[in-house]
Design a protein around this ligand. Structure first.
Ligand SMILES: [Zn+2]
Length: 277
């Protein structure tokens, strides 16, 4: 029985949609600000609204992570159980699939990591919006002070459109990854979620397989066109000292396989010789 590869598009889209909605709500909140006469009280109120929107998003994201990270791990366990021939159908596997101690710990750590990564996106938006609103308030107050002095000057159109742009950009501000690349927050969250779910799936399959004394796996194939393509269908070792001339999965460079957003998963096997023939 061949298990179809997991496709997490629908699950990931839910998380990205929540972020998108929050970004739209914040943009709406900022666009209602009277930039020509922005008072400290008004800007404080707007920032409190922004915080409320982001807390809502954080709660939604946390619930998403708590649901879908364990789900990906369960999928990984089911794949291992079926591939190793413990049962012959996914339905049967679903009935007996449970997390071993090591999988329970792996899932708990993955949930915590993913929560922290998703939270970093929100915190980044909050910080950038706060700076932009403070700047706009200062610009507005200064503009109006000048008006008080000479009685005629108001904030110029240029300054107003500059304030508007700074505020707008602050909501969509990129997050900078470990490699120094700047990401659109929606793209970043999408990549983060996909990468995490696949990784959790593979780790769960691996742990389940090793727990059942199977030390090899075949890399899934879906006709990849990127660097992973040369790994599709290849046998890998799940532990470094398993016998045989197969590469250990942990030694494969990330640029070759399991890069960000990589969908490849592992199908555990007990005896690589059977497959080679
Ligand atoms: Zn891949």
């Amino acid at each position: 029985m061949i298990i179809p590869d997991p496709i997490y598009d629908y699950d990931v889209a839910k998380l990205v949609r929540a972020l998108k909605t929050a970004i739209l709500d914040i943009t709406g909140e900022l666009s209602r600000l009277d930039l020509a006469g922005l008072s400290l009280a008004n800007s404080k109120f707007a920032l409190a609204e922004v915080s409320k929107i982001l807390s809502g998003l954080n709660a939604e994201s946390a619930a998403w992570v708590e649901k879908y990270v364990p789900k990906a791990a369960t999928d990984g366990v089911i794949r291992a159980i079926v591939d190793l021939g413990v049962v012959s159908t996914v339905e049967e596997a679903e009935k007996i699939a449970k997390f071993s101690r090591i999988n329970r710990e792996m899932v708990a750590a993955a949930v915590a990591d993913t929560q922290a990564d998703v939270l970093a996106v929100t915190q980044n938006i909050e910080r950038k919006v706060r700076i932009a609103v403070r700047q706009a308030t200062a610009d507005s107050l200064r503009g109006n002070m000048a008006k008080g002095v000479n009685g005629s000057r108001t904030i110029s159109r240029d300054i107003l459109s500059g304030m508007k742009k700074t505020l707008g950009d602050s909501v969509n501000t990129g997050i900078i990854d470990a490699a120094g690349r700047r990401w659109d927050p929606k793209v970043y969250t999408d990549t983060l979620a996909r990468t995490k779910l696949s990784q959790v799936h593979r780790e769960a399959s691996t742990n389940e397989a090793i727990g059942r004394g199977a030390y090899y796996a075949v890399v899934s194939r879906h006709g990849a066109t990127d660097a992973c393509r040369s790994w599709e269908g290849r046998i890998v070792k799940l532990i470094p000292d398993a016998p045989g001339e197969f590469p250990y999965v942990g030694d494969i460079p990330k640029r070759e396989l399991f890069h960000p957003s990589c969908r490849h998963v592992l199908s555990p096997i007990r005896d690589p010789k059977l497959l080679e023939q």
